[in-house]
Design a binder for this molecule. Structure first.
Ligand code: PMP
Length: 443
């Protein structure tokens, strides 16, 4: 059909899914897909006119493959290389019992009540102490505790982006950041990456041509490529940001998870003029269910973020804040980081070896030097959307490349997470994945 109509295949799939969601077509055994007899017209059903009700800026999001895939990717009976979660066996013990004991006494129930919009003061002080160990200096007034760093991306987007504003991103990049920018009406401009992170050649020309409002980067162990931005490029990026007055959103979700031991200074740390908002999270080092992260930025920025944040969730969850604050105070966070890095490196090596042993000719990847993911480039015969159907049928899931790009077609890429699966699952799942790739090459 795509060939006959001369349109892109994913346009047809999107249209099909939309018609189905609107109940305008239905699948009937023996008849295939047919136009639904419109029950509404026959006055049998009264229902909201969903397509008129919803803000149409969200259309793309509702129809994108991620929202349809998500329920499948995390299913229990599937070996999942799809999502990016901390390994459940490596979640440290958090002081739940102490919390229960303390709050038994009514006088202590105060710790369960509201906190300031920017988060609990003691936690913000302790976050500053953690940052000081990396030689990052900031005060509690420059910190805002977040309900996960995703919230930070969304808050920053809301305070910076107006419809039509340009945001520069790495290509590929974290798809939920793209969704936040798009839902605010931003125009996305992509910059390619290589092993040293965002490429700087041509960036100045983009700044001159598009006058971007902000640039979004994941300089450490990037999602999905796992590459890190070199020090030279970090400095160059700041220099350009100052010259062209472009704000930097530095998403450091994988901070501390590099395997080499050599950690480069954050853009936030190198910035002397208040142009960088740093986002960090406890999702990748402790667990994502705790929903806690933070931003560090200029006081003026934090004040503006608090203003917007009030309308979202008023303040971060008090219980999560208490648990993480006590955990940081226990002084075991660094020991824990060292331990998970050792375990993740083992899994990374294992996945690399399994890929080396089973990969079809033409599959390429760089071995990650930290973070959570292998980013693989597939032989041109393979479309990851087709591969995913075969693999899910065989009980294996991965993240196809499409959502990580805005313009480039990511059909020949896939992202594999190595932190969540067990060693056995990696040994079982990678051969299944590779044999399905070989099947598609040979058909
Ligand atoms: N940024 C990046 C680059 C991520 O990979 C993720 C999680 N996948 C997030 C932000 C959001 O993490 P959370 O909201 O759980 O802190």
């Amino acid at each position: 059909l795509a060939v006959k109509l001369g349109v892109n295949r994913s346009t047809i799939l999107n249209a099909y899914n939309r018609l189905k969601a609107e109940e305008l077509i239905e699948s009937r055994v023996g008849q295939g897909t047919v136009v639904s007899v419109n029950a509404e017209e026959r006055n049998e059903i009264v229902k909201p006119k969903w397509n008129q009700l919803f803000n149409n800026r969200l259309d793309d999001f509702n129809n994108n493959m991620i929202s349809r895939l998500f329920p499948l990717l995390g299913k229990k009976d599937i070996i999942s290389f799809a999502l990016g979660m901390a390994n459940p066996d490596l979640i440290p013990e958090l002081p739940f019992a102490e919390l229960a004991d303390i709050t038994k006494d009514k006088a202590n129930r105060e710790i369960l009540s509201q906190t300031p919009v920017a988060g609990n003061e003691e936690l913000r002080e302790n976050i500053c102490k953690l940052l000081a160990k990396e030689s990052i200096t900031c005060t509690p007034e420059e910190i805002m505790v977040l309900t996960g760093s995703q919230q930070g991306i969304d808050i920053a987007t809301r305070i910076i982006i107006q419809p039509g504003d340009v945001v520069i991103v790495e290509a590929p990049t974290y798809f939920l950041a793209l969704e936040s920018f798009k839902s605010a009406g931003a125009k996305i401009i992509e910059v390619p990456i290589d092993n040293n992170g965002m490429q700087m050649e041509g960036l100045e020309q983009l700044f001159i041509k598009y006058h971007p409002k902000c640039i979004y980067t994941i300089p450490n162990c990037q999602n999905p490529s796992s590459c890190s931005m070199s020090l030279v490029r970090r400095k160059k990026l700041l220099e350009l940001a100052y010259r062209y007055d472009v704000f930097i959103l530095e998403d450091d979700a994988y901070a501390g998870l590099g395997f080499t031991g050599k950690t480069l200074p954050t853009l936030y740390q190198l910035d002397t003029n208040g142009y960088v908002l740093l986002l960090r999270t406890f999702s990748k080092t402790i667990c994502s269910g705790i929903r806690l992260g933070y931003m560090a930025a200029h006081k003026r920025m934090i004040a503006q973020c608090c203003f917007v944040r009030q309308n979202m969730d008023i303040h971060p969850n008090t219980i999560s804040q208490w648990l993480i604050c006590e955990y940081i105070k226990s002084g075991t966070y660094e020991v824990h980081l060292k331990k998970i890095k050792e375990e993740y490196l083992k899994k990374c090596n294992l996945m690399h070896n399994e890929l080396l042993n089973h990969a079809p000719v033409g599959l390429s990847w760089s071995k990650p030097s930290g973070g959570y993911y292998f980013w693989c480039h597939l032989p041109k015969e393979i479309r990851t959307s087709e591969l995913l159907v075969l693999c899910i049928r065989d009980g294996v899931a991965f993240m196809p490349g499409i959502p990580f790009f805005t313009y480039e077609n990511g059909e020949n890429y896939m992202r594999l997470n190595f932190t969540t699966p067990t060693a056995r699952q990696i040994q079982k799942g990678i051969p299944i994945l590779c044999s399905n790739m070989k099947k598609l090459i040979n058909t």
